[in-house]
Design a protein around this ligand. Sequence first.
Ligand code: FE2
Ligand code: FE2
Length: 264
Amino acid sequence: MRITVAVENRASAPLVAEHGLALLVEYDGMNILFDTGAGTALLPNLAAMGISPDGFDRIVLSHGHYDHSGALAQLAPRDLWLVAGAETRRFSRHPGVPVRDIAMPERCVTAIRSFRCHEVSAFTEIAAGVFLTGPIPRRSGEDCGGPFFLDAAGTVPDPISDEQAMLTADGVLIQGCCHSGIVNTLDFCCKEHPEIHINTVVGGLHLLNSGPERLEMTAAALRLHGVETLAALHCSGDGAVDFLRRSLPSCRICQPVAGDVLTF
Ligand SMILES: [Fe+2]
Ligand SMILES: [Fe+2]
């Protein structure tokens, strides 16, 4: 299995950085684009790596935030897996900062009408050995909140219930932002597919502003599930990654950038 980091918050020249995530996953003869980034980096970075944007036959959307879906309008229609609600209008509100529209851009909402869209409502095998979680139950008590709202006034919280992760039969778990929480995600995968030992986690962990309790809970879950390799990307947070490095000395932890290729 090979994962090429196509879009990331950091990049090695000549690739460009962008607040977003896109991973090209090569697994058992299949090429899957997992997320697209926000739209400024995907095509230039693929070109810089000599990868055709027509070279992958499937796209998986982890959730509808603009930084994961924003390049969809630049791609030719093909099979697209997403969870219902990914096109929802949504906002973030941080103290002292104007409200931000963080939804899938309108041009992408329009574009995906031409795609063959597959709505994932439960754990689903989309190709041999490739599973999508669909919506992830939040049962652990993990603090998954954030400044996310369904209205610009910031009165209706957005649970980001359109989020899903991807799991392969050889135990690699791939995620976008992990708004559902890594504890919930690992537990759900383990419950649905106890025969798969998740040895590797790749993607955003959304631990940027997490307190000690959540960090401890995250480390405990990674330890409990026996995760041996963690490629922390995008919204994981440098401080959180440092904490996990200290807490999990036997786990290989890296922070890849756009242009890096991971093999498992
Ligand atoms: Fe994100
Ligand atoms: Fe997100």
